[in-house]
Design a protein around this ligand. Structure first.
Ligand SMILES: [Zn+2]
Ligand SMILES: [Zn+2]
Length: 227
C-alpha cells in the first residue's frame, strides 16, 4: 500500500495529513494562530480543505490543538480526542507533564508557567476515543488510533497497517526539545511512555512521525528502550 503523507509544520508542531480512499485525515492541528499558514500550505500542496475529514488530536496541549477550532471550521472535519482529555480541549486547563531528563527539568519551570496561561480557541470534540482506540477503516485509512498514554494520560497515536506511526509527544526530534530523535523530554509518566512504545513496536511501527521534528526509523526508539 502506498499512502500519501504530507508533513506540515504549524509553528513548533509537526502536523501530518494522511491520504486515504475517502479523503484525508490530519494528525494534530498546530500551535495557536496558524490558520493562515495552514491555508497557504494546503494551497501549495493543491489540497482542498474539504478533503480533510478527520482531525486526530494526539493530546490536548496547546501546541497540538491550538488551531484545531479554526481548522475544523475551515474543513468541516470531525475532531477526535481521548475522552479523558476532552475538558482540557473544550474548556480550560492544561495537563502539566514532568521534566524527564536534566534538560527537561531545567526547561519546565521556564516554559510551563507561561504555557499554562496561553489561550486558544476551544473546539468541541466530535468523536471521543477510549482506551480501546478506534479503527480508521470507515475513513478509508488502513490503520487505527491507538491509546498510548505517558506524555499525558489520554495521548493517542495513529498507526497505519503499513508501519507508519504518528506519535505526537511520544517522541521529540527538534529544538527546543531535543537535537536528535528520542524519548520526550516532558512526560507525566515516562514509564508509561516506554510501555506505550512497546505496544506500538509490537504492533508493527516502522517509521516514526513525531509531533515535533522530522520522521525517523523505529530502530532509534528500540535503542533508546534497549529492545
Ligand atoms: Zn504535549
Ligand atoms: Zn508538544
Amino acid at each position: 500500500m502506498t499512502t500519501d503523507i504530507y508533513h506540515l509544520k504549524l509553528g513548533l508542531n509537526s502536523c501530518y495529513l494522511i491520504g486515504g480512499s475517502k479523503g484525508k485525515i490530519m494528525v494534530d492541528a498546530g500551535m495557536p494562530n496558524k490558520i493562515r499558514s495552514f491555508k497557504r500550505k494546503l494551497a501549495r500542496l493543491h489540497i482542498r480543505s474539504e478533503d480533510i475529514k478527520l482531525i486526530v488530536l494526539t493530546h490536548s496541549h496547546f501546541d497540538h490543538a491550538g488551531s484545531a477550532k479554526e481548522i475544523r471550521d475551515l474543513t468541516g472535519a470531525k475532531i477526535v480526542i481521548h475522552e479523558i482529555e476532552r475538558s482540557y480541549l473544550e474548556e480550560s486547563g492544561m495537563i502539566i507533564p514532568k521534566g524527564v531528563n536534566t534538560y527537561g527539568k531545567i526547561l519546565k519551570p521556564l516554559l510551563f508557567p507561561f504555557f499554562s496561561k496561553l489561550s486558544f480557541p476551544r473546539p468541541k470534540a466530535d468523536i471521543l476515543v477510549n482506551d480501546k482506540g478506534l479503527s480508521l477503516s470507515e475513513f478509508g485509512i488502513e490503520g487505527r488510533i491507538v491509546h498510548t498514554p505517558g506524555h499525558t494520560p489520554g495521548s493517542l497515536s495513529v498507526l497505519l497497517d503499513s508501519g507508519e506511526a504518528f506519535v505526537g509527544c511520544m517522541a521529540h526530534n527538534n529544538f527546543p526539545f531535543r537535537l536528535n530523535p528520542g524519548l520526550p523530554i516532558f512526560a507525566l509518566d515516562i514509564e508509561k511512555v516506554k510501555e506505550s512504545w512497546k505496544i506500538l513496536i509490537g504492533r508493527g511501527a516502522r517509521t516514526i512521525f513525531p509531533g515535533h521534528g522530522n520522521p525517523f526509523p523505529v530502530e532509534v526508539m528500540k535503542r533508546a528502550l534497549s529492545l
